[in-house]
Design a protein around this ligand. Structure first.
Ligand SMILES: [Zn+2]
Length: 199
């Protein structure tokens, strides 16, 4: 039974990931706090925002997560005016000392009986900009409290208040038809410690 289960997991992994070195996103504690608190604040609606930090080879350092205050919050998807992204880049370009716009985040929420997941929707993938990191913060009602940990699939999970939160990442290398994306491993040593990996 146990063998069967892990085989299934293996399969799911190869479907979603390519055989290259995994891309990792390191979250600073302030970025983590903003992601989680902004996602919980608008629950059961969705939040959307952008990520500022540094890009390296197969690595993103996310220093800040900044929610768009004027995003249209919907149950299905939050949207944002693209001109705003341009203005933010302009400011960053002038004052940032190496900080740059590295990607986006948004939350997923429960919809009827369907629990929120960190899997990008077709709509997410349609609007994903290649090369940017995308974080999805899934918010569900918690069943029991757990400490923050990183699971075997690179998802950061834990509970806060009445909620269970999962933060998953993905990116796309190039615009392609269909659901082609690569998982990004999300790490936040500030909340998990260095080596806490559970399945
Ligand atoms: Zn989404």
């Amino acid at each position: 039974m146990a063998v069967k289960k892990s085989k299934k997991k293996e399969q799911r992994r190869t479907e979603q990931e390519e055989s290259q070195a995994p891309v990792v996103a390191f979250l600073s504690f302030p970025a983590f706090l903003t992601l989680v608190s902004s996602s919980v604040e608008v629950f059961k609606k969705e939040t959307i925002g952008y990520l500022v930090g540094f890009k390296g080879a197969n690595k993103y350092i996310v220093e800040y997560a900044i929610p768009y205050q004027t995003a249209e919050h919907g149950f299905v998807h939050a949207t944002v005016d693209m001109e705003r992204v341009g203005r933010i880049n302009e400011i960053l370009g002038k004052v940032s000392q190496g900080l740059e716009y590295v990607g986006d985040f948004h939350s997923h929420t429960v919809f009827g009986d369907s629990p929120a997941t960190v899997v990008p929707s077709n709509e997410d993938l349609k609007s994903t900009i290649p090369g940017e990191v995308n974080l999805i913060c899934a918010v569900n009602m918690k069943k029991r409290a757990v400490r923050w940990y990183q699971n075997g699939r690179g998802i950061l999970a834990g509970t806060i208040g009445d909620y269970r939160i999962e933060i998953g990442g993905y990116y796309v290398e190039a615009i392609a038809i269909g659901r082609k994306y690569q998982r990004v491993i999300v790490k936040c040593p500030a909340v998990t410690g260095i080596a806490q990996i559970k399945d």
